[in-house]
Design a protein around this ligand. Structure first.
Ligand code: DC
Length: 209
């Protein structure tokens, strides 16, 4: 059986850490699909265009090459905002779909916003990882501090809230839990506890230890 684990949820809920650890534990490849949208946003900015310009965003999505994923400028407030804006464009999402499905076809863990709903609707296990806005904002703020990026906690929280609202309200593949996803709330869980719970859910669904 090809094991595919789909992990969706809002920003800074702990999806990436959980996905990476599950992939390592289960011997699966891991794809952070948010990086694809981040690259597209960056490419639009590089071209001197606005991330809200659908034509520029679609052109950038078609120009994406896998080595772009190693760019070092894909994190931070500017990339956050640009990625969420280009992600609204249906042509961008369509351009990135085949790559994501190809990656999943060999067995993988993928995290994003529409993995269980659109990218791999027949995934073996679907997790919707979430946490209270204040907990997510605090985690992201600490992460930014660790990287030497100055921002107030209130500003980080406002930006997260705006991005989630945009990701959830868009017409094309909005952020939402698949009907058959298991919700994992990490508000009071550290990374180890979230991993233990995530692995438990996977094992109970797949039926192996
Ligand atoms: O996971 P992330 O925060 O790195 O994602 C950045 C943005 O990319 C997010 O705000 C919305 C978009 N995205 C998406 O629309 N669909 C995905 N599967 C992954 C990310």
């Amino acid at each position: 059986m090809t094991l595919v684990i789909a992990i969706d949820g809002p920003a800074a809920a702990g999806k990436g850490t959980l996905a990476r650890r599950l992939a390592l534990a289960l011997g699966l490849a891991y794809l952070d699909t948010g990086l694809l949208y981040r690259v597209v946003g960056r490419r639009v900015l590089d071209a001197g265009a606005a991330p809200s310009d659908p034509a520029a965003a679609e052109t950038a999505a078609h120009a994406l090459v896998v080595t772009d994923l190693a760019r070092t400028d894909l994190r931070g407030p500017e990339a956050d905002q640009a990625s969420s804006l280009v992600a609204k464009v249906p042509g961008v999402r369509a351009a990135l779909l085949a790559f994501q499905r190809g990656f999943a076809s060999k067995g993988a863990v993928l995290d994003g916003r529409d993995i269980g709903t659109v990218v791999v609707p027949n995934a073996t296990v679907k997790l919707f990882v979430t946490a209270d806005l204040s907990a997510r904002a605090r985690r992201r703020w600490l992460e930014l501090q660790g990287r030497g990026i100055a921002a107030s906690l209130a500003q980080v929280e406002a930006e997260l809230q705006a991005r989630d609202a945009r990701d959830a309200a868009r017409e094309a593949a909005p952020l939402r839990a698949a009907a058959d996803a298991v919700v994992l709330d990490t508000t009071t869980l550290d990374a180890d506890a979230a991993f233990a719970r995530g692995l438990e859910i996977v094992q109970s669904r797949v039926g192996f230890a």
